[in-house]
Design a binder for this molecule. Structure first.
Ligand code: V0V
Ligand code: CO
Length: 158
């Protein structure tokens, strides 16, 4: 493949948008009033987050997902999660944009080749058994971009 054409193969669309919140229950309550439905909850200690995935719209017409993320670690001494740092430095708000890819390893191979840094050397565990990695926001116009390959059993959703 020529360098001009070397792009991520199989970028399928936006998987979710991540919003950092200090307290997950209040955020769920607000977004439920907007009409989103709570689809999934999970704690991810490796990422230091408590997560709630909400969904809008009719599955037949394509789904829109919002991922609320709150720090998992209690305030106080000890290492702060990156989301806790984000809340301290920037306050609640838009945190990341997650693109769904068909094959995260193939997608990950392209970026360093083109001079863009990934945060992890190898994919890590994301929501619902997915594989995730992130592009360094310094290389992505200040936006934290997540690449997510859903678990094989989850490919139908969204
Ligand atoms: C920090 N920065 C960001 C940012 N967080 N820029 C854009 N979007 C964000 N969310 C900038 C910050 O303004 C600084 O820029 C610089 O990065 C370093 O800031 P820091 O406070 O020292 O930040 P750190 O130490 O937290 O590092 C930032 C990165 C870190 C992005 C490297 O947050 C990280 O590793 N993120 C990936 C993991 C993650 O975010 N997990 C939570 C979602 P200046 O001041 O130097 O210009 S978990 C998830 O989505 C899951 C599980 C899922 O979907 O399944
Ligand atoms: Co995410």
């Amino acid at each position: 493949m020529t360098p001009e054409l070397d792009a991520i193969p199989g970028l399928l669309g936006i998987d979710h948008i991540g919003v950092a919140v200090p307290e997950i229950e209040a955020a769920i309550a607000f977004h439920t009033v907007l009409g989103l439905r709570l689809e999934h909850r999970e704690d991810n200690p490796e990422q230091g987050v408590r997560e709630a995935m909400l969904v809008a719209g009719d599955p037949a017409s394509g789904l829109t997902r919002l991922q609320l993320i709150a720090p998992l670690t209690a305030p106080g001494p000890g290492p702060a999660s990156s989301v806790a740092r984000f809340l301290t430095r920037r306050g609640p708000g838009l945190h990341h944009l997650a693109y769904r890819v068909a094959d995260l390893r193939a997608a990950s191979a392209v970026l360093p080749r083109r001079g863009y840094r990934l945060l992890y050397d190898a994919p890590r565990g994301g929501t619902r058994g997915s594989l995730i990695n992130f592009i360094d926001p310094k290389d992505a116009g200040g936006v934290l971009i997540e690449l997510v390959e859903p678990a094989a059993t989850d490919q139908h959703s969204g």
